[in-house]
Design a protein around this ligand. Structure first.
Ligand code: NAD
Ligand code: G6P
Ligand code: MN
Length: 441
């Protein structure tokens, strides 16, 4: 089995340590030769890197080398895989996005509504640059990208790099939801076989089977409605915000019983209620800064101070495991099935071919092979078309330097709708994003 040279771009991420634990757990299935960290923020990177160095010495002694750098050539030369998780503007800009949206009475969220638009316009520029850099040193490396808002990033990258067949955008939400299904059904999550369609953070499970072919869909719906729905992945199980989000997924199923919803649909189906519940002084960004980020930083500081990770509470999480299992399928042609983001090209028959859709695919060494879905029902199609038009307008606005399209995008977005609100939000976001967004005329 060929051992891989893996680069983690955005290695200062709050998810990096969980990912390193997952690499250790998956070492027999996805064996590594070298691991390289790359980040633009030296300090942020260094904490994770020093802790990882100690962790790998204890638990990955067979690794040939571990290094970290802010130099692109050093990082990307001869890479087999690059796992990308960058956040342009950091959590500080996320907080701005969320607060500005809430100031105008609309949902303040990382990837949905105006927050997603603002973040998308920041991410596109850095992601295009990063992919170009990676390609100039490693033309064949697999680039697996988590960077959000994944729908907008995927659309922009597919326009900029239409022929790049080794670039794949993924999201861990469908598999994180499936962990909760697995728990309710008392079946291992990797024995579940989902049918699913949609856009990123905007889709539905239509069927849940097991590997033997049994259909668990209706029993699962009954269980969710009767016993409730909770996050089960280690990273989010005890997070109050995620607990509320999963509870709301139960309500969505009651209101629209045909399919099982992605949790992110809550922002589009109950926008007023959700905006009203949020505290502008403590949006999700603040919760993450004081929660996940603090926890990870404290843990790393402790590992570095003790010179050992033995007493640390680092844990494997689905975020890491999912990306590694996808990489394993691409590297070793396992043809395992995962829900990932690909160009529609007829997969959902009644949606345009250039739409970036999130659907089940077999992952092979030739890339993702999606399963045909056919026509989707009018209600879901209508919702998707509105959201898709919003996403397309944001990416058009970026490439065409067209501010008017941002107003059109937010007018189409279900979290905004009102034109005056759309204009005011665009004005405030333009001001806050100077230096990050294109210089709109
Ligand atoms: P974070 O801010 O903690 O980490 C991001 C890191 O990227 C930082 O260390 C930052 O310095 C670095 N960075 C920023 N711009 C960079 C660039 N141009 N090149 C290299 N490094 C750069 O953020 P986080 O909360 O850990 O999230 C990381 C990313 O992963 C975000 O985009 C987040 O939305 C995304 N994410 C996606 C999914 C998914 O389902 N697709 C799941 C979880 C997280
Ligand atoms: C899920 C989503 C991601 C999102 C992450 C963290 O995993 O799929 O896209 O970035 O949650 O969200 P949070 O609000 O906890 O930072
Ligand atoms: Mn996601």
């Amino acid at each position: 089995m060929k051992k891989q040279r893996l680069v983690v771009a955005g290695s200062g991420s709050t998810y990096t340590m969980g990912m390193m634990m997952s690499l250790i757990e998956e070492k027999d299935n996805f064996p590594l030769q070298d691991v390289v960290f790359y980040d633009t923020d030296e300090q942020r990177q260094e904490r994770n890197a020093k802790a990882t160095e100690i962790l790998f010495k204890e638990r990955y002694p067979e690794l040939n080398s571990f290094s970290y750098t802010t130099n692109k050539e050093e990082a990307f030369k001869d890479a087999d895989f690059v796992f990308v998780q960058i956040r342009t503007g950091g959590l500080a800009m996320r907080e701005q996005d969320e607060q500005i949206s809430l100031k105008h009475g609309v949902v303040g969220q990382e990837t949905c509504g105006p927050g997603g638009m603002a973040y998308g316009l920041r991410s596109i520029k850095d992601m295009i640059e990063l992919v170009k850099d990676i390609r100039s040193y490693s033309s064949e490396a697999w680039i697996l990208n988590y960077t959000n808002p994944a729908a907008i990033v995927a659309d922009a990258l597919s326009r900029e790099f239409p022929d790049d067949s080794r670039l794949l955008n993924i999201c861990d939400m469908p598999i994180a939801i499936m962990i909760s299904y697995a728990k309710l059904l008392d079946i291992d999550v990797w024995d579940l076989v989902p049918e699913y369609f949609g856009l990123n953070h905007f889709g539905w499970f239509t069927k849940i089977y097991d590997k033997a072919g049994n259909d668990h869909t209706e029993r699962l719906k009954r269980l969710i409605i009767e016993t409730g729905f909770k996050p089960e992945d280690t990273e989010i199980a005890n997070d109050v915000s995620w607990q509320k989000t999963f509870e709301q997924a139960r309500q969505m199923l009651i209101d629209f019983p045909e399919f099982l919803p992605n949790t992110y649909l809550q922002y589009y189906l109950y926008p007023d209620e959700l905006a009203a519940k949020e505290d502008p002084n403590r949006t999700r960004a603040r919760q993450v800064i004081e929660g996940r980020q603090k926890r990870v930083h404290d843990t790393c500081d402790q590992i570095i101070a003790e010179g050992s990770a033995e007493n640390s509470d680092l844990h494997v999480d689905i975020h890491g495991v999912f990306m590694i299992k996808a990489a394993e399928a691409l590297a070793y042609n396992t043809a395992e099935r995962f829900i990932v983001i690909v160009k529609n090209n007829g997969v959902i028959a009644n949606l345009p071919s250039d739409t970036m859709v999130e659907v089940p695919c077999t992952l092979t060494s030739q890339g993702p092979k999606p399963y045909a879905i056919g026509d989707i029902p009018t209600f879901n199609k209508g919702l998707i078309e509105g959201q898709r038009a919003y996403e397309k307008l944001v990416v058009d606005a970026y490439f065409e330097n067209n501010k008017q399209k941002l107003v059109e995008a937010l007018t189409l977005n279900r979290t905004v709708v009102n034109v005056n609100k759309a204009k005011n939000i665009v004005g405030d976001l333009l001001e806050a994003n100077k230096g990050y967004w294109p210089d709109f005329q």
